[in-house]
Design a protein around this ligand. Structure first.
Ligand code: SAM
Length: 262
């Protein structure tokens, strides 16, 4: 079932870049795909319209608050590492239809479902790819240094994520990590990983989603509460710029990356 209009209006209010009817209809169809896929394989614990709207669709699109999207010329290459059921990459692809978005996950069934969903949604520039990030961007990996932008949500703590993601990025490109209330704590732990992987911190953006002027009458009390909670939750975009090539020995094997972060 597609998303009711009240949820589409909430997205339109929160994300100005998604205001086109065509984009909203794609996001609504995406909701339908997520719920149907979830009946076959577990890709998310969030399936109610309000949860998917807030925590998958709107949340993924808050990435657009990163200034890098402001002067993004067409046909850029973006990758989403550890995309799971498709977040943040699929919502992003509905807005950024000119760009190629490679979506990588190590779980084959998630990538199989993603292929089906991207085709159903007509997202022609989405490239689902099954594999481990540390292998695809290893010293001889075909995806090393290939992307203008790498994004990732809910995959690992920042020191681990930096070693995993920065090798995918071209020199001069950016890696944007979506983080919650522990963002600054994780950033503090990541100084060495950022520097050793060839990066430098560009900025930390506090994500703002303000529903103050949005009329909430159409929503149930429980939904109103969820909307308020989401607006109050701490969310940050940590933007790392790639200054120089990542040394050939990085990324290491997953067990090493996670047991002994840089
Ligand atoms: N990004 C999605 C989201 O926010 O809904 C999914 C998050 S899920 C908690 C983490 C995903 O990362 C899983 O689907 C897992 O298979 C994937 N993953 C973990 N380590 C990975 C690696 N080294 N390379 C590729 N994918 C990985």
């Amino acid at each position: 079932m597609p998303l009711e209009e009240k949820y589409r209006n909430l997205i339109r209010f929160a994300i100005p870049q998604a205001e086109k009817e065509e984009t909203l209809l794609k996001l609504s169809a995406l909701y339908d795909c997520v719920v149907s896929t979830n009946e076959r394989i577990n890709i998310t614990s969030l399936v109610s319209p309000i949860d998917v709207t807030l925590k998958h669709l709107i949340d993924s699109l808050t990435l657009l608050q990163a200034p890098v999207f402001g002067n993004f010329s067409p046909r850029k290459r973006i990758c989403d590492i550890g995309c799971g059921g498709g977040f943040p990459g699929l919502p992003l692809a509905t807005v950024l239809s000119d760009h190629e978005i490679t979506m990588i996950d190590s779980t084959e069934k998630k990538i199989t479902a993603l292929k089906e969903n991207a085709a159903l949604l007509g997202l022609e520039r989405v490239v689902p790819l099954w594999g481990r990030g540390e292998e695809l961007a290893g010293a001889r990996g075909a995806h090393r240094g290939r992307y203008d932008l790498c994004v990732s949500r809910a995959v690992a703590r920042l020191p681990v994520l930096t070693e995993l993601c920065l090798p995918f990025v071209k020199t001069g490109g950016r890696f944007v990590a979506m983080k919650g209330q522990k963002a600054y704590e994780e950033l503090k732990e990541s100084r060495r990983a950022i520097e050793k992987s060839g990066g430098a911190l560009a900025e930390v953006i506090e994500v703002k989603t303000d529903f103050h002027d949005f009329p909430l009458e159409a929503f149930s009390e429980e939904e109103k509460e969820k909307i308020r909670d989401y607006a109050l939750s701490a969310r940050y975009l940590i933007v790392i710029v790639k200054k120089k090539e990542t040394p050939a020995q990085l990324p290491r094997k997953w067990a090493e990356i996670t047991k002994k972060p840089l």
